[in-house]
Design a protein around this ligand. Structure first.
Ligand code: FAD
Length: 488
């Protein structure tokens, strides 16, 4: 049939994966159409994820710091007063600044942004149904985009438990970020990063927290030694941390949402003013007409790709949350660049570009809580499970001058080096993690060390500036190779 728009590459979804792919493809000289159902670009990350959560977490962290100052002789007097409308407006302003910037960048690169809901109608065509307003109402207007290559970047959405009542007091992360009011009692369903970040914000603003987690610990995936410290520091925020416990029923009452639990840490049914569902995110693979293009989608809605981000259909690629874990923006961006480069290489006959591939060894994770927890590569438990012998370098921040000066010396930096016989005592770094303030800003160095194949001497002999928290990485490496000078 006739197409309204023709392009080299169409990108479905304007999140970090989608806009990064579109921009890279345009920079490489391709004609690009970017389809997004919402009025603003940026996807989950900029609109209802990474960025608004960090805007609020920053405010919470400052509030928590200030509350400690009285003990140091600086007393602001009394409890802080919250103007929630102003705080919400601040968060909206942060989002607007970033998403507005993306719109301008798309224009500058001559990327055609089409507003609407996209769905494949064939292996070279997507139909876009125009949407308008903030609730993405369909206007009935349709157009067809014809493409040589497509990049699917349709992302994911929060999982909803089937028995949760449809009630304004039950929210997902998007609802929690809307910051309608601060509840007295809040339940966090799921002890992962997203739930604990939102819990941090709400508890600093005055809410009492309960958290329920099916598995045997909070922040799964992070090193247990680090999580233990986080949990000790955060204990005052919680009335009840329920591990190995499931939520089995919930009903809306006048008093709140009454929730029933089952399992090891299960109390009698409890009533909450706000329930945050943070039990995972499900990919949008089944909502884009993938079958019409012949693209395979798994039962759970993921799209499998190879290391060039190609799906089972040769001219269709996929990136970001929709291709699998970890569902993180920085992973999506790197995958986006690979897909755009491979496509540009193929369409322009540039063999080097066409060989681009996603072969990162590690992808760091960060919980931007207080303190932060950041980790990358192998953890000690994983090493044990995989039978890999490791040498540990542990540096407690109570030996760090900077951490002590900051009044925040609860942190720990932990590095793991290969200690197998083949490594002959010069094993490469396999993983590392930190708990402590600004841990997320420092984890990139450990990721770089892993990518470069550094050993403990490389890291320990690298001169880190004194006094900084980043020094703890060099110190931990020195501990591992056994020559730690004790310079606090
Ligand atoms: P998305 O960001 O989900 O974007 C997909 C886009 O596609 C959306 O804009 C959607 O509207 C659009 N779309 C989908 N289907 C269609 C269609 N059929 N037609 C038109 N448009 C469509 N990650 C981090 O790395 N760091 C963090 O600190 C962090 N914090 C987070 C906090 C929260 C509360 C949440 C929920 C997530 C957080 N994440 C964080 C995860 C991060 O947001 C995602 O990994 C990232 O947004 C994935 O990017 P994406 O491009 O794959 O998809």
């Amino acid at each position: 049939g006739a197409s309204d728009l023709e392009c080299d590459v169409v990108v479905l979804g304007g999140g970090p994966g989608g806009y990064s792919a579109a921009f890279r493809a345009a920079d490489l000289g391709l004609k690009v159409v970017l389809i997004e159902r919402y009025a603003s670009l940026g996807g989950v990350c900029l609109n209802v994820g990474c960025i608004p959560s960090k805007a609020l977490l920053h405010v919470a962290a400052v509030m928590d710091e200030v509350s400690h100052l009285a003990a140091l002789g600086i007393d602001y007097g009394g409890a802080p007063k919250l103007d929630i409308d102003k705080l919400r407006a601040h968060k909206e302003k942060v989002i607007g600044k970033l998403t507005g910037g993306l719109g301008a960048m798309a224009k500058m690169r001559k990327v055609t942004v089409v507003r609407g809901y996209g769905s494949f109608v064939g292996a070279n065509h997507i139909e876009v149904e125009e949407t308008s307003g903030t609730a993405q109402e369909k206007t009935g207007k349709k157009q067809v985009v014809q493409f040589k290559r497509a990049i699917i970047a349709a992302g994911s959405q929060a999982v909803r438990l089937p028995f949760m009542p449809d009630d304004p007091r039950v929210v997902d992360s998007t609802g929690a970020l809307a910051l309608k009011e601060v509840p007295k009692r809040m339940l966090i369903l799921g002890g992962g990063i997203i739930g604990l970040e939102m819990g941090t914000v709400y508890s600093t603003l005055g809410a009492r927290l309960d958290v329920v987690e099916m598995l045997d610990g909070l922040m799964q995936g992070a090193d247990r030694d680090l999580v233990k410290i986080w949990q000790k520091m955060n204990a005052p925020r919680f009335d009840n941390i329920m591990l190995k416990t499931k939520t089995v029923a919930a009903k809306a009452t006048d008093a709140g949402i009454e929730v029933s639990f089952e399992g090891e840490g299960a109390p009698a049914p409890q009533t909450y003013d706000l329930v945050l569902q943070a039990v995972g995110r499900s990919p949008n693979g089944k909502k884009i007409g993938a079958d019409k293009a012949g693209v395979s989608v798994t039962d759970r809605g993921f799209i499998n790709v190879d290391i060039q981000m190609r799906t089972n259909v040769a001219n269709i690629f996929a990136i970001g949350d929709i291709v699998g874990q970890p569902m993180l923006a920085h992973k999506a961006v790197h995958e986006a660049h690979v897909a755009a480069e491979v496509i540009a290489g193929e369409l322009k006959g540039d063999e080097a570009l066409a060989r681009s591939a996603f072969n990162a060894r590690v992808i760091p994770s960060v919980a931007y809580t207080d303190p932060e927890v950041a980790w990358v590569g192998l953890t000690e438990d994983q090493a044990k499970a995989q039978g890999i012998k490791v040498k540990k370098g542990l540096f407690p921040w109570n030996a760090s001058g900077r951490a002590i000066a900051n009044g925040r010396d609860e942190g720990v930096t932990k590095l793991l080096f290969d200690d197998s016989p083949e490594a002959h005592g010069h094993g490469k770094i396999l993983g590392g993690g930190m708990v402590g303030t600004h841990a997320g800003d420092m984890i990139g160095e450990i990721a770089l060390a892993i990518e470069m194949g550094a050993d403990a001497v490389d890291i320990g002999k690298t001169i880190h500036p004194h006094p900084t928290l980043g020094e703890s990485i060099g110190m931990a490496a020195e501990v591992a190779h056994g020559s730690c000078t004790d310079l606090p």
